[in-house]
Design a protein around this ligand. Structure first.
Ligand code: NAD
Ligand code: 89V
Length: 343
């Protein structure tokens, strides 16, 4: 079968990982790129040898010649670009956060559904090797039925240097990072019926919250905590590791710093190294995220070729996005929020 031809919009900081990922993906590649910043267009075009370059996405869609679009811009442009893809009947991948509001996210899912085109949100954290290893152990019944969990990301890493816009929004850690952690909680323990959240801003140089603690009630009965912080100064910096604790009826799972996976049950305790691969183009400490970029893009190429739905489809991501909205609502009101009401 011939290779799927992709076009990428947004050639900024993170798109470079996506371009490397596409270079490795089997069955798909990038044939055109777009950025309204001529400097970024040139840097990425030259680095990856892409000749078709556009400063205007509308012009690129009008010219066509590609089978899918990969939207790697920041959130403000996601809705118009996804709707442009739907209008041209082009399957679309959209970076997280999917949209500025849940209402926008729902409109984007509807636009693609009405147009009959596949839509995947680039929610890559569930594709990380250690997270997949936890899910595999759970699916194999290693700890019976999980009744409690903790999904923790606590760091003092300077994310504002490569992504200065993160310091500028009134929303920060839940919208940018917690969105991944909440998605992991859903991926591991299932959908959520209600949540309660508390937030803080510790770093005075940024506008949004940099600490959040969220209590989740899962529909299948488990209770979990998602706790995220960019104000946590540790001896050994864990960025960008998500640490997981799960207690089940037959045992426990602990994913601890250094990608150490410990499974305890009636057979004893097994310790496994769940480290991600260091891909040829990757660099520490980002390699965990970088490998998951490749993995989600390969998943997209496989599913698009097979005409099957992706793990983080637009529909699926609405359930993660609703948790983000609910967390801000709960933090503001001090009260629990029912998720079903939002969806
Ligand atoms: P960035 O600002 O470095 O890059 C965005 C690029 O998009 C810029 O070059 C800008 O000129 C271009 N752009 C914006 N609107 C455009 C439009 N309408 N048409 C053409 N070009 C346009 O941002 P970034 O740090 O690369 O982040 C991009 C997205 O990736 C964000 O949504 C961010 O949250 C996400 N991100 C995801 C991960 C992950 O692991 N999934 C990691 C980092 C960033
Ligand atoms: O994955 C992300 O979305 C990034 C980072 C890990 C820095 O928060 O923005």
């Amino acid at each position: 079968m011939s290779e799927l031809r992709g076009a990428l919009i947004g050639c900024g900081f993170f798109a470079v990982n996506q371009m490397f990922g596409w270079r490795d993906v089997k069955g798909a590649g990038i044939v055109a790129i777009c950025d309204r910043d001529p400097e970024r267009l040139k840097i990425v075009g030259d680095q990856f040898g892409i000749e078709r370059r556009y400063s205007d996405a509308a012009q690129m869609f009008a010219d066509g010649g590609f089978d899918f679009v990969d939207i790697a811009t920041t959130v403000q442009s996601h809705r118009p670009l996804v709707e442009m893809a739907a209008a041209h009947k082009i399957p679309a991948i959209c970076q997280k956060p999917f949209a500025p509001t849940l209402a926008d996210a729902k409109a984007m899912v509807k636009a693609c559904r009405d147009a009959g085109v596949p839509l995947m949100v680039h929610e890559n954290f569930r594709w990380q090797t250690p997270i997949q290893a936890v899910r595999k152990a759970l699916d194999a019944g290693a700890i019976g039925t999980p009744f409690w969990g903790r999904f923790s990301f606590r760091s003092g890493f300077d994310v504002f240097a490569p992504q200065p816009y993160l310091a500028e929004g009134s929303r920060f850690i839940i919208e940018d990072l917690g969105i991944h952690t909440l998605d992991i909680a859903r991926f591991i323990l299932g959908d959520v019926s209600s949540l309660t959240a508390r937030t803080k801003r510790v770093n005075p140089a940024i506008k949004g919250e940099d600490v959040a603690t969220i209590l989740l009630d899962h529909e299948r009965g488990a209770t979990s905590i998602v706790d995220v912080s960019y104000a946590t100064k540790l001896g050994i910096e864990p960025f960008p590791e998500t640490l997981i604790e799960l207690d089940g009826t037959e045992g426990t799972i602990r994913l601890s710093q250094g990608y150490k996976l410990e499974i305890t049950n009636a057979k004893g305790t097994e310790i496994v190294d769940a480290s991600p691969a260091l891909l040829s183009w990757a660099s520490r400490p980002w390699h965990n995220i970088q490998e998951s970029v490749y993995a989600i893009q390969q998943h997209w190429a496989d599913r698009l070729a097979a005409g099957e739905e992706t793990s983080t489809s637009g529909d699926d991501n609405l359930k993660t996005f609703a948790l983000v909205e609910a967390a801000y609502e709960s933090a503001a009101s001090g009260k629990p929020v029912e998720i079903g009401v939002l969806l």
